[in-house]
Every structure is written in C-alpha cells, then in structure tokens.
Design a binder for this molecule. Structure first.
Ligand code: ADP
Ligand code: 5GP
Length: 193
C-alpha cells in the first residue's frame, strides 16, 4: 500500500507526513533522492538522500529511479529499490512527492496507491508560511509560488483533497482517511483469501 502526500510548497505536507508516521509507526517513509542543499536539521538518509547532480544523473541513466522530476532547479526522485523492497516485504510506504511524482506513482500502481493533496487556505497564507519557515531565499520562495497554479490544477487527480487551515483539524481528517483506507484494504485482503 502506497500513501502519497503532495501539496504546493509551504502548504504543510511535511508537518502532516510527520504526524502520519507518529500515529501509524508501522508506516515507512519513502526517502527520496535530491540534489537540493540540506536544510538545517535535515539528516542524510532520513529526510532525503542528498546527491550531487552527477550522482543523480548517473542514477537516471542506470534506471535506478522509479520517477524523477526537476523542481525549482533541483532534481528530486523516488528510488526504485525503496519501493521494490517495500512491496516485497508488504510494507506500507508514505511518499512526500510533487504532483507529477504522485501521478506517476498512481499510473504505476493504480490499485495500491492513495493520493492525498494538501491545499493551503489561500495564496497569502501560503506565502506567509513559506516566509515564516525561513528555509528558502526570497528568490527560491518566488520560484515555489510560480508553480502553485499548475499544482492546484492537478489536484483533481487525487483521491483526497484537504484544506490545511487549522493544523489540528487537518491532521485529524487526514489520519481518519488513512485509517479508513487501512480498514478497506484489510477487508479486500480478507476477501481475496
Ligand atoms: P511543506 O512540506 O508542504 O512545504 P511544511 O510542513 O514545511 O510545508 O509547512 C510550512 C510551514 O508552515 C512550517 O513552518 C509549518 O510549521 C507551518 N504550518 C504547517 N501547517 C500549518 C497550519 N495549518 N497553520 C499554520 N502553520 C502551518
Ligand atoms: P522540498 O525541497 O520542499 O523538500 O521539496 C520540494 C518538492 O519536491 C516538494 O513538492 C516535494 O514533495 C517534492 N519531492 C520530494 N521528493 C520527491 C520525489 O522523490 N519525487 C518527486 N517527483 N518530487 C519529490
């Protein structure tokens, strides 16, 4: 089972993903590869595998990535090995990927993936959250905002859409949706045997 969370940058998906992992400790996080610089507090191998452009391009050429995108001038991608190991072990994986990555995963695993889109209440709030996070320069924030219309357009591909206004409420709704999916999944598995 693959749970995919996407959102415009700053909408709150990393915060929500952490809550999902806390509430459901058996869910494993799919650690992506990226060429973007490490933020304060991020750990290589836990938050991302931080690679150089050369290393990333080699992985593309070797077919080691299940999907990859160039976003805000950096590469981001899902390692094929992470997903193959999870499927082999019957693990439940959580992905934090962009909208295009989410759609690619759905295309590859239509019956096993759940796509969750986190929307900001409005663009002003999104800007404020990005500024308050203080992890990107003004120029980087601008690049992130330019991508928002395309991201909102693709929300229609998702199974669930949540507006992240009050964090507590959003987390509750997301956890409930995932819990219901687990129950549905278990019922399907029982039926198959
Ligand atoms: P993303 O992973 O989507 O880029 P983050 O989870 O890093 O977003 O959230 C962006 C910033 O907004 C963080 O500083 C986070 O603490 C804050 N944040 C997240 N959700 C909310 C919310 N509902 N209300 C106010 N601030 C929030
Ligand atoms: P950030 O730099 O804020 O961590 O992430 C920027 C964007 O890249 C986010 O939308 C995030 O979900 C996306 N992202 C992270 N990992 C991957 C990945 O493996 N594949 C794709 N397609 N997008 C990713």
């Amino acid at each position: 089972m693959l749970i995919v969370v996407s959102a415009p940058s700053g909408a709150g998906k990393t915060t929500i993903a952490k809550k999902i992992l806390e509430r459901f400790p058996f869910v494993k996080f799919s650690v992506s590869a990226t060429t973007r610089p490490k933020r304060n507090g991020e750990i290589d191998g836990k938050d991302y595998f931080f690679l150089t452009r050369e290393e990333f391009e080699k992985k593309i050429q070797n077919g080691e990535l299940l999907e990859w995108e160039e976003i805000y001038g950096n590469y981001y991608g899902t390692l094929r090995s992470v997903v193959e190991d999870a499927l082999k072990n019957g693990d439940i994986l959580l992905f934090d990927v962009d909208v295009n990555g989410a759609i690619s995963i759905k295309k590859k695993f239509p019956d096993d993936s759940i796509l969750i889109f986190i929307k900001p209440p409005n663009i002003e709030t999104l800007k404020e959250r990005l500024k308050r996070r203080r992890t990107e320069s003004e120029e980087q924030i601008q690049k992130r905002l330019e991508r928002v219309p395309m991201e909102l357009e693709k929300a229609s591909y998702f199974d669930y859409i949540f507006v992240n206004d009050r964090l507590e409420d959003t987390v509750k709704s997301v956890l409930r949706a995932i819990y219901n999916e687990f129950e549905r999944w278990k019922a399907v598995q029982r039926h198959e045997y």
